[in-house]
Design a protein around this ligand. Sequence first.
Ligand SMILES: *[C@@H]1O[C@H](CO)[C@@H](O)[C@H](O)[C@H]1NC(C)=O
Ligand SMILES: *[C@@H]1O[C@H](CO)[C@@H](O)[C@H](O)[C@H]1NC(C)=O
Ligand SMILES: *[C@@H]1O[C@H](CO)[C@@H](O)[C@H](O)[C@H]1NC(C)=O
Ligand SMILES: *[C@@H]1O[C@H](CO)[C@@H](O)[C@H](O)[C@H]1NC(C)=O
Length: 409
Amino acid sequence: MIRNQWEEAAVTMFVNFRRIRKCRCVQLLATGLLFCVMMASWDELDHHVVSHLRSYAYRYLVNRYDFPNLTMVISSNHHHSKDGSRSSGGNLENYPYLLNHPGKCTGKNGKDGGNVLLLLFVKSSPVNMERRQDIRDTWGNESFIWSKLGVSVKLLFAVGIQPDVDQRSWVQDSLQREDQVYKDLIQQNFLDTFHNLTTKLIMQFHWKQLYCPQARFLMTADDDIFVHIPNLVKYLQQLLRSQSGAKDLWMGHVHKGAPPVRRKTSKYHVPHDLYPWPSYPDYTAGAAYVVSGDVAAKIYQATLVLNSSMYIDDVFMGMCAKTMGVSPQEHVYFSGEGKAPYHPCIYEHMITSHGHATDVRSLWREAVFSTSSRGSRGFLGHLYCIAVRVMLLCQPYYQNTYSCLAAFA
Ligand SMILES: *[C@@H]1O[C@H](CO)[C@@H](O)[C@H](O)[C@H]1NC(C)=O
Ligand SMILES: *[C@@H]1O[C@H](CO)[C@@H](O)[C@H](O)[C@H]1NC(C)=O
Ligand SMILES: *[C@@H]1O[C@H](CO)[C@@H](O)[C@H](O)[C@H]1NC(C)=O
Ligand SMILES: *[C@@H]1O[C@H](CO)[C@@H](O)[C@H](O)[C@H]1NC(C)=O
């Protein structure tokens, strides 16, 4: 018996030992695999983790971050182009307008008497007619905003020319027809490409300065953005009523200390000679942001002296703002790349949401007109909505939506 017991124990031990060895093997294999994956994606890690750490260290530990310095400013003999006309920043060309509506803001025909709350630019590609129509019919409907919210918002789509030569002439024809009907396109004679986004940004700030200096706020947005315009208008009106809020304002989803992408294969690749510093100045995601009129005027001034070869438009905006001493402010309900969850407790507060190329109409009905969109009333309703938002926004794994903080707004 005893012997058998010992035998049994020995066998059990042996089996356990084998199990342990099996575990070790699995562990070793897993570690090896992880290592391989890490090696394979080292480039990613290097650029995303290491350079973030480096830029944070640079900004917060070294804290000698004075940027942009004079190398970014174009020399004064470049300020005027050869024929003496004003140039836009580093662009020596002053692109002529192909479509324009200089009288859009002056109030000659409007009931608002030129009293414009918000000048709203949507950056659009020439071929995105459907998206523009969706926006006109929903959150960009000027007469809805005037009759239901009692304020004047002017909507303009900013486009360049079709980059593809074969399609250019028919696209231009159809843009002209569209503009005859809606009178809301502005177009300058530059190719509408990713690398010309800064040119498009400059067009918007110059247009505001020249044709609509009185607008209290300027917003710029992508054409796949949803803007909860009643919430936005309410928010802007609160700012106007506050003591100092309608001045010195640049509001959006803030990127702090983002490092330039040095990987050559990336869409956002920026070489050293274009931008030598380890991190960008703080800027708001280009998806949608709002500036007050005084800031718009300052950015306009900066575009006249800064070299505009930085083609990432939101970074260029950050450089202009930094030069003029303006800092961006975070608003938790401005999304960057993120998409808002579909829920009435979110609709109560949302301002912008990204990635709505196709569902703008349904979201507009849901978020603005549906009775359930009013959220829940009373103390219990308030608690209920906080709980729902915590469930939706405070997930342990990464989700591209509003930050967890927004749950408690
Ligand atoms: C601007 O920054 C560059 C690189 O950091 C530096 O070499 C240069 O001396 C600076 N220029 C001025 C005028 O501060
Ligand atoms: C825009 O709003 C006005 C006023 O509310 C409304 O009469 C009109 O039908 C709306 N336009 C569209 C295309 O929905
Ligand atoms: C920007 O537009 C100009 C004018 O059409 C064009 O010459 C240039 O190639 C464009 N730049 C890029 C990077 O597409
Ligand atoms: C702007 O910067 C680019 C890249 O650093 C440079 O090639 C270009 O000459 C500069 N333009 C002006 C007008 O200074």
